[in-house]
Design a binder for this molecule. Structure first.
Ligand SMILES: Cc1cc2nc3c(=O)[nH]c(=O)nc-3n(C[C@H](O)[C@H](O)[C@H](O)COP(=O)(O)OP(=O)(O)OC[C@H]3O[C@@H](n4cnc5c(N)ncnc54)[C@H](O)[C@@H]3O)c2cc1C
Length: 412
């Protein structure tokens, strides 16, 4: 008889977070099936812009059970991240079903359950049967593309912090984007600077992505690059005298924010760049307090030099679009040929599990790692924080915690 204990654990998402959990579950002897909506693992890394490298070190970005090859260098290139993830799935012999998008998950109490642990590869629905003798704890039902209905003993949601591109609701945007000779893209669609050669480009947003794309455009032959800044960021060196800023992030992670703010304030010019003379104001608030509010410092991979050389010009935030132009917060109107919006992403978890009451007011899961949301056993999340210590590293740690917890639950 199939008991709930023999239902697999479903892991939604075949990015680094999901793969790490599947591998550690397997290590613990628990069957895990990864459901990935695209046609291969590491989908987000296949799509990122070409020049991207991990800004966390190779050593501190490895997932459980497989080192990142030394030959990939200290700062691993995007294409090598993809290679690593492919190898990771292969080495751990992970059970991955691609082309399956999970659209909704539901907790079903055992006594009301209709049976059938549909094979995700098989496509259609399986014949269902009432199972009045099933466990008191219940289980999870996943609804997925192709009419699939899959039953799992637990679910790990690893659908990504950067799930759906976010574009602010700017007045006039549609008219600008529809004007001949004008172009508007979200940063998720940016690959390389070639299409922008000789053109006047405005990059909106100075997170890590906006900062790097602006530098890429400036180095890649755009005629003019402006960078619209709403909130001035801390810009830190990727490493100082060989010491990666990620290591500092790991060391200070559990310290009081005020203490770290004071220390980074004192170290000031050694670890952060001051571009106030070039139109980018000094950031307000302490570095670590800002991190706690979700504003990760920008790692400098070319922006500082580009701004100092006048190749990237900081300008005020975008407030609206006006015909073929863009209106900025200081009242000026500029007419770039193209706008690249590096304005972030949504978690977009609401359709999947908003009805379960497990998301906070910003749409983020209320629990992470080995902890399930209160009253919702068997539902785990990984990859929904943006820690200063590096997300690959945190996902690796969370994977071990989640796998240990699930294995313990099963052993009971
Ligand atoms: C530009 C950029 C650079 C980054 N650089 C670093 C870095 O240097 N170091 C670091 O530690 N972190 C970095 N990160 C942060 C983070 O490590 C990565 O975003 C990482 O890919 C997150 O892994 P993940 O598995 O949580 O999500 P993702 O890699 O986004 O994977 C999620 C997967 O889930 C799939 N999926 C989504 N919804 C569904 C669904 N409903 N059903 C089935 N499948 C679904 C997607 O297709 C995708 O394959 C970076 C992020 C970005 C955006």
């Amino acid at each position: 008889m199939t008991t709930p204990q023999t239902h697999p654990v479903y892991v939604i998402g075949g990015g680094p977070g999901g793969l790490a959990v599947a591998a550690t579950l397997r290590e613990q002897g628990v069957r895990a099936v990864v459901l990935e909506k695209s046609d291969a693992v590491g989908a987000s890394w296949r799509r990122h812009y070409d020049r991207l490298r991990l800004h966390t070190t190779r050593r501190l970005s490895a997932l459980p059970g497989l080192k990142i090859p030394r030959s990939f260098g200290r700062w691993v290139a995007r294409a090598d991240v993809v290679r690593y993830l492919e190898k990771y799935a292969e080495v751990h012999d992970l059970e991955i079903v691609t082309g399956v998008e999970v659209t909704r998950i539901e907790r079903e109490e055992a006594r009301a359950r209709a049976g059938g642990d549909g094979d995700p590869g098989a496509g259609g629905r399986k014949r269902s049967r009432k199972r009045p003798d099933a466990d008191a704890d219940g289980h999870w039902v996943l609804h997925a593309t192709g009419g699939r209905r899959l039953v799992g003993s637990a679910v790990v949601v690893a659908t990504g912090y950067n799930h759906t591109p976010r574009v602010p609701d700017w007045p006039g945007l549609d008219a600008y984007a529809g004007t001949p000779g004008r172009e508007f893209v979200h940063a998720s669609a940016y690959r390389d600077p070639r299409p922008y050669e000789g053109r006047d480009v405005l990059v909106v947003g100075v997170g890590n992505t906006g900062a790097e794309i602006a530098a890429d455009l400036a180095e890649g032959g755009a005629a003019r690059v402006r960078l619209a800044v709403r909130t001035a960021p801390y810009i830190v060196r990727r490493s100082t005298a060989g010491w990666p800023s990620q290591r500092t992030g790991i060391l200070v992670r559990r310290l009081p924010a005020g203490l770290v703010d004071r220390a980074t304030g004192l170290l000031g010019r050694f670890i952060t760049a001051d571009l106030s003379a070039y139109g980018l104001p000094r950031p307000e608030g302490g570095l670590y307090s800002r991190v706690r509010q979700g504003a990760i410092p920008v790692q400098d991979v070319g922006l500082v030099a580009a701004v100092r050389a006048g190749k990237v010009e900081p300008v005020a935030a975008v407030t609206s679009f006006d015909g073929d132009g863009v209106v900025l917060a200081d009242g000026s109107r500029i007419t770039p040929d193209a706008v690249v919006a590096a304005t972030g992403y949504e978690r977009a978890l609401e359709p999947l599990l908003g009805h379960l009451g497990v998301l906070d007011e910003r749409g983020r899961p209320v629990a992470r790692g080995a902890r399930c949301p209160d009253g919702v056993p068997g539902l785990y999340f990984t990859g929904f924080t943006n820690p200063i210590s590096g997300m690959f590293r945190e996902m690796a740690l969370d994977a071990e915690r989640i796998a240990r917890r699930i294995a313990r639950q099963r052993a009971r």
